[in-house]
Design a protein around this ligand. Structure first.
Ligand code: ATP
Ligand code: MG
Length: 448
């Protein structure tokens, strides 16, 4: 039996990895522009970190975590990045070092969910976390950061969905009877008489966590959720004021958005602002959410730090790549292309490796000058080598054959216009580098 990659986990081969670098570089560039610095936390954390922060009744904790026991510890391969970052923030007592911390991360996450296009068991997220700023401007700027990342990848057909959950998150306990608790009660009043029409999962969670039902992907739940009361009607005046501030800041930044009172998202730790960005044009179906985030003003405290406001988001890199490809019509060919193809022919007589020595030293001189080159020393006739040189899309082909070796020269062929030159071996690298500095197709004379 052949061993294959684990279902829902993908290899990224070099050609595709080049597109990943492009996406990651865009993200890093924008994050750095906003003053964020990279944090790298372990991929494995204590299971309790996730079950407590993400919530026992969330899909992620209930059925998607890769958890195991080792050395008497209950461990989990991280399903998301926010909890681990906050754990590190507390562990390093960052509040004592700076009043505001801006962190970003890029890395693999693991969730055992049902694979589909844009939904995998190992996937990658790039995210930002901002600690220490409670104001609504911070929320708007985080959204602006996301929009800029998307724009830098030509993903402009987007919709920003915005909501507020008020203060008092699920792990605040009963002591904090905030907006959340009042909304939970209102929602229960609405859902209880309709409980038999809900999915089995939702029926089970009705008492414990009715908000979760609004985030369900089951069509039965979605039909009922559509008529549910709006959380915005029960926001406290402070929460309302904050939410108004976010909207006002977004407008000032010129970012269109829709207020979506049914937006709750799957993780329990959120407070106040919640947002999602959907890529409309990418044919991603129910995987169209490329970015999700929100405030989590209680997490740092619940991990043993001082009360510290925080906001973050994560973008799904696989989904960004799909949307990026859909948005860029040009065949953005990022594959490796040599610029110079060195055809090293097998000598008819004499030292069988003489040509190879020449090819290798030329390649070294070219790479010293930053020129990408390939050596072809596979046993073949000149005609076949030239065919392969054409197929490689190189600009120049250098021929190292018997005659070249005998005269200490090299033949350089322009693969676009087929013009051919003979050059002294010692001057070849210099000549080629100068030639490459001129636009393709210009005459060989100009380079001299
Ligand atoms: P969804 O509703 O699509 O399941 P989510 O609410 O579970 O997403 P988050 O936990 O907020 O997503 O993660 C943020 C982003 O990470 C998502 O918007 C998505 O782009 C990406 N993402 C989440 N889960 C996966 C997955 N299994 N495969 C690929 N990308 C994912
Ligand atoms: Mg999910």
């Amino acid at each position: 039996m052949k061993i294959r990659a684990v279902r829902g986990m993908n290899d990224i081969l070099p050609e595709e990895a080049r597109s990943w670098h492009r996406v990651e570089a865009s993200f890093r560039g924008v994050a750095e522009l906003f003053g964020f610095g990279e944090v790298r936390t372990p991929i494995i954390e204590d299971t309790a970190l996730f079950s407590k922060q993400i919530g026992e009744t969330s899909d992620v904790v209930e059925k998607e975590m890769y958890s195991f026991r080792r050395h008497d510890n209950e461990l989990t391969v991280r399903p998301e990045g926010t909890a681990g970052a906050a754990r590190a923030y507390v562990e390093h007592a960052m509040w004592g070092k700076e009043s505001v911390s801006r962190w970003y991360y890029i890395g693999a996450m693991f969730r055992g969910e049902r694979p589909a296009k844009g939904r995998y068991r190992q996937f990658h997220q790039a995210g930002c976390e901002l600690y220490g700023d409670a104001g609504p401007v911070a929320d708007a700027e985080m959204i602006e950061l996301c929009v800029r990342v998307l724009a830098s990848l030509s993903i402009t057909d987007i919709k920003v969905h915005l909501n507020s959950l008020g203060s008092g998150s699920a792990h605040d306990g009963e002591a904090n009877v905030g907006t959340r608790a009042r909304y939970k009660a209102a929602l229960l009043d609405y859902l209880q008489p309709r409980s038999l029409e809900l999915s089995e999962d939702s029926q089970r969670r009705l008492e414990k966590n009715p908000l979760r039902i609004l985030d369900s992907k089951d069509p039965r739940d979605q039909a009922i959720a559509a008529g549910a009361p709006s959380i915005l009607d029960v926001l406290s005046s402070e929460d309302s004021e904050h939410f108004d501030g976010v909207q006002r800041s977004l407008t000032a930044l010129g970012i269109p958005f829709v207020v979506d009172p049914r937006l709750v998202r799957g993780l329990d730790y959120y407070t106040r602002t919640l947002f999602e960005i959907k890529a409309e044009g990418a044919d991603l179906g129910s995987q169209s959410t490329v970015c999700g985030g929100g405030r989590y003003d209680n997490m740092v405290e619940s991990l043993g730090g001082p009360k510290t406001p925080a906001i973050g988001f994560a973008m799904g890199l696989e989904r960004l790549l799909i949307a990026h490809r859909a948005a860029t019509t040009a065949t953005n060919d990022t594959s490796f292309k040599p610029v110079v193809y060195i055809a090293s022919l097998k000598p008819e007589a004499g030292d069988p490796a003489a040509g190879l020595d020449v090819a290798l030293s030329l390649a070294r001189e070219l790479r010293d000058r930053g020129v990408r080159c390939d050596i072809d020393s596979r046993d073949a006739k000149l005609k076949a080598m030239l065919r392969r040189a054409d197929a490689s899309k190189a600009r120049l082909c250098v021929i190292v054959g018997d005659e070249e070796i005998a005269t200490n020269q090299l033949t350089v062929k322009d693969l676009a216009n087929k013009a051919q030159e003979k050059l002294p071996r010692a001057e070849a690298a210099q000549w080629i580098a100068a030639r490459l500095a001129t636009p393709p197709g210009s005459s060989a004379e100009e380079a001299k």
